[in-house]
Design a protein around this ligand. Structure first.
Ligand code: SAH
Length: 248
């Protein structure tokens, strides 16, 4: 008896596309994604590629019409329902290129619903290339099996973020000057949440006061050592996901 091949094939490349997906749709692919499929993955006609559009789950598609720099994929059937990630936002100050890219990549892999850049007084970077961050989110989502990207919002000033803080969402504040012990605090505060992480230079005292004044703010410690901002962002997200997220 011959074994039934796995469906969808485990080696199938995964690609995020903007085209809304449904059965029978032809998806034209060019540019970098086409280069990836044609020259790196060396797809052949009838090979299977997995697609997601961020809204409708994941779909298997068949390779058609390969040309030098572009190809067409024909959507066959849905392979995954739209994802349901935990209601967790990562709010972090912009930090240097490379390090913020790492935050974006890991936030996506860890299952963050929204990545919210927040401008603070001691930030050494005050502009963010959102297109570059978006590209890192796409790459991470393709690799880790997500069917949607984390929502990437434009940068807001800390004051504005705090002023409109939603009533129903905890604001865990990673305070390097000290706060409650993380694991117990997270256990005691289930439900929609966000973590706020400062820049390389930390928060200034006025900012710290303003954050603590928010009704839903919960200052927490990430331990006795000062972590780099990107380490703090990844560690805080990991802890929240393990305790209150979907790692059960
Ligand atoms: N320059 C600052 C450190 C900033 S670390 C100083 O020397 O004090 C960057 C951010 O990571 C901080 O603003 C905080 O949000 C988070 N962070 C780092 N280590 C932390 C810890 N031990 N506890 C809580 N938050 C921490």
């Amino acid at each position: 008896m011959t074994a039934t091949p796995a469906w969808p094939p485990q080696s199938a490349p995964r690609l995020h596309v903007e085209t809304p997906l449904e059965e029978g749709v032809a998806v034209p692919v060019d540019g970098n994604p086409a280069h990836y499929l044609i020259s790196v993955m060396r797809v052949k006609p009838d090979d299977i590629v997995l697609l997601f559009d961020g809204r409708s789950g994941e779909w298997a598609a068949k390779v058609r019409d390969i040309r030098k720099r572009d190809l067409v994929l024909e959507v066959l059937s849905r392979t995954k329902a739209p994802e349901d990630v935990p209601d967790f936002w990562l709010c972090c100050a912009p930090i240097k290129k490379g390090r913020i890219d790492l935050i974006a990549e890991k936030a996506c892999e860890l299952g963050v619903a929204r990545l919210q850049p927040v401008l603070t007084r001691r930030a050494v970077v005050d502009k963010l290339n959102l297109d570059r961050l978006h590209a890192h989110l796409v790459e991470a989502a393709e690799q880790c099996g997500r069917t949607a990207l984390p929502e990437l919002t434009g940068m807001v000033k800390l004051d504005a973020l705090l002023k409109d803080w939603p009533d129903e969402r905890w604001l865990f504040f990673a305070d390097e000057t000290g706060g409650a012990s993380l694991a117990e605090t997270l256990k005691d505060h289930p439900g929609p949440a966000a973590f706020l992480i400062g820049p390389e230079g930390g928060f200034d005292p006025v900012e710290r006061e303003a954050i603590r004044a928010v009704a839903k703010a919960v200052p927490v410690s990430l331990g006795p050592r000062i972590l780099r901002a990107e380490t703090a962002a990844i560690a805080a997200t990991t802890a929240w996901m393990a305790i209150n997220g979907d790692w059960r």
